[in-house]
Design a protein around this ligand. Sequence first.
Ligand code: G4P
Length: 545
Amino acid sequence: MGSATAVVPEVAREAARRRTFAVISHPDAGKSTTTEALALHAKVIGQAGAVHGKGQRRGVVSDWMAMESARGISITSAALQFAYRDMVINLLDTPGHADFSEDTYRVLTAVDCAVMLLDAAKGLEPQTLKLFEVCRHRGIPVITFVNKWDRPGMEPLALLDEIQSRIGLRPTPLTWPVGIAGGFHGVLDRRTGAMVRFERTPGGATTAIEEELDAAQAAGRFGEDWSRAVEELDLLAATGGEHDQEAFEAAATTPVLFGAAVANFGVRQLLDALVDLAPSPAPRPDADGQVRELEAPFSGFVFKIQANMDPAHRDQVAFVRVCSGRFERGSVVTHATTGRPFATKYAQQLFGRDRKTVEIAYPGDVVGLVNATALSIGDTLHTGRAVRFPPLPSFAPEHFAVITAADSSTFKRFRRGIGQLDAEGVVQVLRSDRRGEQAPVLAAVGPMQFEVATARLESEFGVATSIEHLPYQLARRTDAVGQEALRTAPGVEVATRVRDGALLALFPNRWRLDTVARNNPDVVLEPLLADTDQTPTTPAAGGER
Ligand code: G4P
């Protein structure tokens, strides 16, 4: 991997140039539009030009992809790398649909910053709140982009109030809209005090035309709208809405920008904020709490496994976030889980269905390893001193179903398929003593995960299955003592999550859980991550979209 003296400064320098982030939003807030708008400003590295559309051209063959296109959703998620100013930007895509929020969660373990997209007319929506909880849990700094300002929407101050009161993040606007939502002229840039006027390019296919006006010019041209923006900002300044880099990096405040991705308004300002404010990759703590320095030899972890990205090949790609050192394609690394060597000959960069070979990658970058069937979600790869990054925690499942092979002669394939889906994190697989090995329980955040699981078992493993939904809605982590104590509790089932051996007690509803907890005060019943039942501000699961 090169001589140590040459590598050390190079890795630190390259890491400092990286900005690795994801856009999170409620469906329809404009995530895809914003991704495309961001890419317009950037020199996309490699061939991944258009984000959309190419998949259709190539033809969709698997059932699963047919399901994606039929529902108009994207389950596939990967990373787009592009150059902007003198930086390398890694934009990690997240699935839009709430049913795949566990997937989104795993992507968020691989980023250093998140952009929270709000629809100007809708403010905070259920999925935004849930994803925000995850960012808070992980301490991920969040930049807020209020999108669709070209359409009628909420008052900007009311939006900020909502952010403050419902998610407890102090908003610190970097720009402020000149003109109400729906009558958008541009933004006041708080750093310069000047106005950036936006003009739509015909068709909106290219970056917006921008004109900088000083305060006097802006006042002359936009009279009342300008003075209202200035007044509102004065009001905000009085209550302490100034950007504070330390508080932002500690995920206590969120810089806010206003724009309209569809017309590319405010998107350059968003990219600039990412470059200027978002943290670059930092040394990561491993599972023992020891920090793996950026300059240490290569290490990274698998945050996503995606099957069938290339319909022509039916392959499987493991996405690795580089945490330290320099990754070189073709080098042999160690798979920390098994201690076995792992060859990285097929390393690629992917976005949508475009891919190109990656030769070298640095901390913050994402490498797709093709046909890495030995790898499971959360696995660490490294060279040099051994390291294992913490396992990726699972989301609280809210949907449960028993799955069986329709024909018992296909059981072997069924078991292999279930193991594969579990390794990829498509669903959580539980074993329940009550049901036996032939009938595992699938646990999901959203029911569409079951559809993906059954469709894939059928198409890739040739196993027809039958699935029976179970009446549980809540899971709590318990222990062996709890398992014993709850054995006879009516309406409750304890099952073991195969992935991590966790014992999960399943309950049909909150009332039952409360009763059981009351009757068994000594039994451990811990909530799991991003449990909607734990966040009173979030409506119950299933209400999204
Ligand atoms: P998502 O990925 O978050 O689900 O959202 P997506 O980008 O697909 O955007 C959802 C809808 O919102 C799209 O309209 C898109 O054009 C629109 N949109 C996105 N950004 C803006 C914006 O800044 N202003 C306005 N006015 N609309 C915006 P659609 O009708 O669903 O699709 P389309 O036919 O317009 O593509």
